[in-house]
Write a protein that binds this ligand. Structure first.
Ligand code: ZN
Length: 114
């Protein structure tokens, strides 16, 4: 499952960046997730719970901030937002060739300690 791999990586990042003393004071993990990643919040939370079970991380609250996808048309340069991140023609010229500028984030933004 996609989300379990992501959860494992996020837990690794947090563990690697904090000392054991800091880990014992870990209060909240703040995640940044682009909507274009199509990550399911339920699955991700389940994954994080499974990965942190019986570790100091299990007490930490997980806060998720979502980033709306932003596209840029390769043909005319128009920037636009869209709900359908896979098949969105440019609203200005109708071209399907778009770059994703924002929305593929999948990272641990910060942590809060007690
Ligand atoms: Zn365009």
């Amino acid at each position: 499952m996609h989300e379990l791999t992501i959860a494992r990586e996020m837990v690794r990042v947090v563990k690697d960046s904090l000392t054991s003393e800091q880990l014992s004071r870990l209060k909240r993990i703040n995640l940044l997730i682009g909507r274009a990643t199509a990550v399911q919040e339920d699955c991700l939370r389940f994954g994080l719970e499974a990965m942190t079970k019986d570790t100091p991380l299990s007490r930490a609250e997980v806060s998720i901030e979502y980033i709306e996808p932003l596209f840029k048309c390769k043909t005319c340069g128009e920037e636009f937002k869209s709900e359908d991140w896979f098949y969105s023609p440019c609203p200005k010229c109708g071209s399907f060739g778009c770059d994703l500028l924002k929305g593929d984030e999948l990272s641990v933004a910060s942590v809060d300690l007690e």
